[in-house]
Design a protein. Structure first.
Lengths: 173, 173
């Protein structure tokens, strides 16, 4: 088990694109999704993720905030494909770009499909209050805003968000 | 992935006990349990199982019947314990006895706690219609009776069953 300490930000502009080291396509779905969590019928999300020729099953405690208990196990790609096709309600597709700033890796997820238009930068930290670089392209923090959780983007994708739900975007960090 | 083909029976008497080869204690809980499945908010149960010094995460399609898609992954024991303690609603405890009859292994689960009194024999088969031995201690088949599913024994344990729910017991195979 790990405690995942993750902070999540919108992007203030596109300047990060010139610094991308590598990108990969990710498809993920949930065996336990947002509806079961919201109904209090589960205490953790269970995610199937496929990234190129690798795949994982991931269990993440359903607590809102920066630090969450997380368990992750590599699984065969064909089994991930079977679970995504038959046991998940919807599949989230995104391109993950890796950008390194002063030794810190930002994972910038550019969503597709019903979530096209949404771009979110994540960093994993060793402590909740750990310092990290703040490049000029880093926008508002949305770590505690649950509508940005990937698990919630399946049932309530970005294209269906109201103007009010998108209001924070573009604001300075 | 495997297709699990499993048939489940009650026990007509205790004669199987003299043929037990080995027994082990099992504790298991569910990240996706019966309530989420019944509410249609998940398509698979997700089980954490601890048996001695081994543990697994198991994903099983939530279809009633004999053949079900199943995915199983070994996980560290300490992670299983952490998930059972913090992410599962209740833990099912049982002793699993292994009994071999003419080369076929019967797994006989003797439940404890709120399910004490319930004993169920399971066999895994290569095909739905595969032949298997029928020793005299094998009782009624309950393969398609969902109240006997382990996932359902958490929220609706055997001790709370009505006389009607227990009615099939003891009938001949």
């Amino acid at each position: 088990m790990a405690i995942e300490i993750e902070r999540k930000f919108l992007l203030a502009n596109d300047d990060w694109r010139v610094a991308v080291e590598r990108s990969e396509s990710i498809a993920q779905g949930y065996l336990v999704g947002a509806q079961a969590l919201r109904a209090g019928l589960a205490h953790a999300s269970v995610r199937v993720r496929l990234a190129g020729e690798r795949a994982w099953l991931n269990v993440k405690a359903a607590t809102a905030g920066i630090a969450r208990a997380e368990f992750e196990y590599p699984i065969p790609v064909d089994e991930a494909k079977a679970m995504l096709a038959t046991l998940c309600d919807g599949v989230l597709e995104k391109t993950r770009h890796y950008v390194r700033v002063d030794g810190t890796v930002f994972e910038i997820d550019e969503f597709a499909g019903e979530n096209a238009g949404l771009v979110v930068a994540e960093i994993e930290l060793a402590a909740v209050d750990a310092a990290f670089p703040r490049p000029s392209w880093l926008g508002s923090e949305v770590s505690t805003q649950v509508r940005y959780y990937n698990v919630n983007l399946i049932a309530h994708p970005y294209r269906q968000w109201s103007p009010g739900e998108r209001v924070a975007e573009g604001a300075a960090c």
